[in-house]
Ligand binder design. Structure first.
Ligand code: NAD
Length: 291
């Protein structure tokens, strides 16, 4: 879509997403609290702005790629109070946010005459760079077509349902992803102590029934080479797991495995640096047994 797009949040994900939109022909105005991030946008062909309102003014679409619902709510409420989003614009929260808060936010946004959709993503920084994200769209039927047109350069858009549905699917996906990652860490470390080569175990599992995104992508790409540089922070994964557990709780679904996974990941988060990559749990699991 050749349009003016505002992108608020130019971190690990927002930066490559902005670049994809520029490459697809959009004029991208972006804002981030970090000046370094704003300068990266300029290098990528976008226009950095001093405030979120400056980015949003006159844009056809406003995309948010922020850490959490708390930040999203604050940014959007400020934009609404300033009347900074045009009533012909579509506001899309692509952050991994809380579905119930998203539904409440949509009511406030729509009361101001602005259309709203949620469209969180999976595929990580590499997926964002390649325009190969899985995009989970929660939208009103009337907004679906233009959301697809806006988001197509970023990846495959999957219709998940009404507003909030995208954020619900995203949290559930990450609960599975985190649980698989921990289970893989335990299995690989047990095998290593038995004398097995972790690379051989991963190779076998990937041709067998124990495989998952953790064994197919995360272990070979970030853990076995020891780079731990997926660009997805451990604290963000833990946030997503808590969102999923709260979703289960809200619908009366007991989730003992989720509760245990959250407690294990919390232990790792408390012990590791605040900006640790989520794949560092593999190291943590290996070291934990030695304690
Ligand atoms: P990040 O921490 O790298 O980036 C977030 C950016 O938001 C930072 O640059 C920060 O300065 C900026 N920011 C914070 N508060 C702001 C405000 N009030 N106004 C303007 N900018 C503000 O995080 P990320 O890895 O890019 O993730 C962004 C979102 O996408 C999160 O919700 C995350 O859970 C989700 N996500 C991340 C990945 C990944 O692989 N990194 C994958 C899928 C989804």
């Amino acid at each position: 879509m050749s349009a003016t797009v505002a992108l608020i949040g130019l971190g690990n994900m927002g930066t490559p997403m902005a670049r994809r939109l520029v490459d697809a022909g959009s004029s991208v105005r972006g804002h981030d609290l970090s000046e370094v991030a704003r300068e990266r946008l300029r290098d990528g062909g976008g226009i950095p702005t001093a405030t979120a309102a400056d980015a949003a003014a006159g844009a056809n679409a406003v995309i948010l790629m922020l850490p959490s619902s708390v930040v999203v709510d604050a940014v959007v409420d400020d934009l609404l109070a300033a009347g900074a989003i045009g009533t012909d614009a579509l506001l899309v929260d692509m952050s991994s946010s809380e579905p119930a808060r998203t539904q409440a936010l949509a009511v406030r946004v729509e009361a101001a005459g602005v259309a709203f959709a949620d469209a969180p993503v999976s595929g990580g920084v590499r997926g964002a760079e390649r325009g190969a994200l899985t995009i989970m769209l929660g939208a009103r039927d009337r907004d679906r077509e233009r959301a697809h047109a806006l988001l197509a350069p970023l990846g495959r858009v999957v219709d998940c349902g009404d507003v909030g549905a995208g954020h619900a699917v995203k949290a559930l996906n990450n609960l599975l992803s985190a649980t698989h990652l921990w289970a893989t860490g335990e299995a690989i470390e047990a095998g290593r102590r038995f004398g097995l080569d972790p690379a051989v175990v991963i190779d076998v599992v990937n041709g067998s029934s124990g495989r998952s995104g953790s064994t197919e992508v995360k272990w070979p790409t970030y853990v076995l080479p020891g780079t731990f540089d997926s660009g997805f922070a451990l604290r963000l994964m833990l946030k997503d797991m808590r969102i999923a557990a709260s979703l289960a709780d809200g619908v009366g679904m007991p989730s003992p495995l989720a509760d245990l996974a959250i407690s294990l990941w919390s232990e790792a988060a408390d012990a590791l640096p605040a900006d640790a990559d989520h794949t560092r749990v593999a190291e943590w699991i290996a070291a934990r047994g030695d304690a």
